[in-house]
Design a protein around this ligand. Structure first.
Ligand code: SAH
Length: 220
């Protein structure tokens, strides 16, 4: 793979990001735009400093508040699934967390809307995304079970925490032809892609996954 390391995005992390992208390609990620975004992104700024040496490993890591930064393979896989039918002009993300997935999405689409229930995580993520010079992201502190009604409909919605069942509000906020990529379940979780066809929805089950739960309500 021939990936150019971006000037601002990436910076010193370029080589590590490239190696991570190569690893993900070997694991079956094929979308060149997704791989390029992974190669360019400084994942180390999104993990606690003490874990920075593990930032380019293909593993989930704790980010505080009992939450985790998703495994890079899952970030790439979900991004690829979102883009499968072409390029959505905006994406709704539920569960900003560290902001790493947000940074990847912001390189793949014109506008990202991201909702997080824990205020302190949202605050930290915002600073990091600004330091990457990504300015096409709107963030909201609130309950992602409810989506982001005033910005709907969305051609693409990604949920990075697992509800026990698909939130009705997210189905309602999906544009016709739009896709929702979401892990669903409690002990056993399945990554699903739900596509809207008018008032009907089709569902594809992708693979077993493990996410923190999508918890109702927002906290300060
Ligand atoms: N994509 C993020 C994943 C973070 S973990 C990353 O890679 O860093 C999932 C996140 O979802 C956590 O930050 C958690 O606080 C958030 N979350 C859980 N329930 C939520 C809800 N109802 N609304 C919004 N965010 C929620």
């Amino acid at each position: 793979m021939n990936v150019r390391v971006g000037s601002r995005i990436g910076g010193k992390s370029g080589r590590s990001g490239e190696l991570l992208a190569q690893k993900l390609q070997q694991e079956g990620i094929t979308n060149p735009r997704v791989l390029q975004a992974i190669a360019r992104s400084p994942r180390h700024i999104f993990v606690p400093e003490i874990l920075a040496h593990k930032a380019y490993d293909n593993t989930a890591l704790p980010i505080g508040q009992g939450q985790t930064i998703s495994q890079p393979y899952i970030v790439a896989k979900m991004s690829e699934l979102l883009l499968k039918d072409g390029m959505p002009d905006s994406i709704l993300e539920i569960g900003t967390g560290s902001g790493y997935q947000t940074s990847i999405l912001a390189q793949l689409t014109a506008k990202v809307y991201s909702v997080e229930r824990i205020k302190s995580l949202q605050f930290q993520a915002k600073r990091k995304l600004q330091s990457m010079d990504l300015h096409n992201i709107s963030m909201k502190h609130g309950d992602g079970w409810k989506g982001w009604q005033s910005k709907a409909p969305f051609q693409a919605i990604i949920v990075t925490a697992a509800p026990s069942e698909v939130p009705q509000a997210l189905l309602a906020q999906l544009a016709d032809g739009g896709r929702l990529v979401i892990p669903v379940g409690e002990d056993t979780q399945i990554l699903k892609v739900i596509t809207r066809h008018g008032d009907d929805f089709s569902e594809q089950q992708v693979e077993a996954v493990r996410f923190v739960p999508l918890v109702p309500g927002a906290v300060q």
